[in-house]
Design a binder for this molecule. Sequence first.
Ligand code: TYD
Length: 142
Amino acid sequence: MLTKQKFLSSWHAFELKRIADRRGSLTFIENDSHLPFAIQRVYYLYDVPSGESRGAHAHRLLQQVIVAASGSFDVTLSDGRRSETFNINRPDVGLYIPRMIWRDIQNFSGGAVCLVLASARYDENDYIRHYGEFLNLIRRAS
Ligand code: TYD
């Protein structure tokens, strides 16, 4: 389990508990024990056509955890200096994304479900949808 400090400072994939028996598997996510934020919204991407990509934005304040509830996809994260691609392919792994991180989500498998837990309700004003603007904001903050 990651410390709250590490959660807050950097993106990270982390393991969730899997309770498996002959009837199948169960994974749970709870505020406080697994997340550095209280869940205010849950949404999910599905029926993504082969070759399509999602994301291509950053958030000013929003924090998120992404889980592949089914199937797999690639999440590429960038802080404007460094980028890393995660193949998210297990329902018992979460990917924490802090604020001000550019994300692209690609290579969805058939039947993939990208489950997103978010720290706030939907607010279009929280989005940064142009990479140039994202880089400018990062440079100004550093
Ligand atoms: P967007 O966040 O751009 O999708 P993605 O990053 O997955 O490619 O959202 C697509 C549309 O859905 C956009 O018109 C905003 C709307 N939307 C909501 O109304 N509520 C939400 O919680 C989200 C995430 C999006």
